[in-house]
Design a protein around this ligand. Structure first.
Ligand code: MN
Length: 236
């Protein structure tokens, strides 16, 4: 039914490899499948080598009905930058914006409009599956308020930062008792984690690890290794 793909972060070659393995791609063409749909779990851009290409592929797949996507914190920041807001171009955004300078304003507007259409959450399979970038606990599923939005984009944080300046995260999945299966990205991990039916499928492709698809409802993993480490450090 669904092929849920974790944070791609501009890693176009790995995305091509994964789409081929999943049966959506042959040669230079991507074909819709009648029996399955890709679900991008957010953070299409930044950190990897070609965010423009990843955005173009994802946008094409969403337009032709072969994919759906939720917004991630990186996509949201890019959306705000393309809408004329002042944002700090950190964590790979500066490189993404430089790539977007190589195309015309019309294409940039198209990407901005595409990002503007992305929801914070998709509830699928007759309400049995909740997909968002950082995952939503039961009390915030199906909500669109500010708290749900910030949790969907950034997860639950303590307000403190660790020694590398990253926000300290609260592990809410440990106490999850909801009826929906939750699938999310956002937190790069060496291996996919399933805790109480909360699946984190961000396997850190720009950090030299791998790109993951989780096939639903089979709950099987399809993965491709990173071609290289595009970042100077490992988050795990
Ligand atoms: Mn991410």
């Amino acid at each position: 039914m669904f092929d849920l793909i974790g944070d791609v972060h501009g890693c176009i070659d790995e995305l091509w490899d994964l789409l081929e393995k999943l049966g959506y791609r042959k040669g230079l063409t991507i074909y819709p499948r009648t029996d399955r749909k890709v679900i991008f779990c957010g953070d299409l851009n930044d950190r990897g080598p070609d965010s423009l290409a990843v955005l173009t592929v994802a946008m094409g797949m969403v337009c032709d009905g072969s994919a759906l996507a939720v917004i991630g914190n990186h996509d949201d920041k890019l959306r705000r930058a393309l809408s004329g807001n002042q944002v700090k171009a950190t964590h790979g955004l500066a490189e993404t914006l430089a790539q977007l300078e190589t195309v015309d304003q019309g294409k940039r507007n198209e990407i901005r409009d595409f990002l503007n259409t992305l929801p914070i959450e998709l509830i699928l399979d007759d309400g049995k599956l909740s997909v968002s970038h950082a995952g939503l606990p039961e009390s915030l599923q199906g909500k669109t308020n500010g708290h749900a939005k910030s949790h969907a984009l950034f997860g639950a944080t303590t307000g403190k930062t660790d020694d590398r300046g990253y926000p300290e995260r609260l592990d809410w999945a440990k106490d999850y008792k909801g009826s929906r299966v939750v699938v999310h990205g956002h937190t790069p991990m060496k291996e996919v984690r399933n805790l109480n039916n909360v699946w984190c499928i961000d396997t850190g492709v720009p950090f030299g690890n791998k790109l993951t698809a989780l096939q639903y409802p089979e709950m099987t993993l399809v993965q491709v290794p990173s071609i290289k480490n595009y970042q100077p450090f490992h988050p795990f």
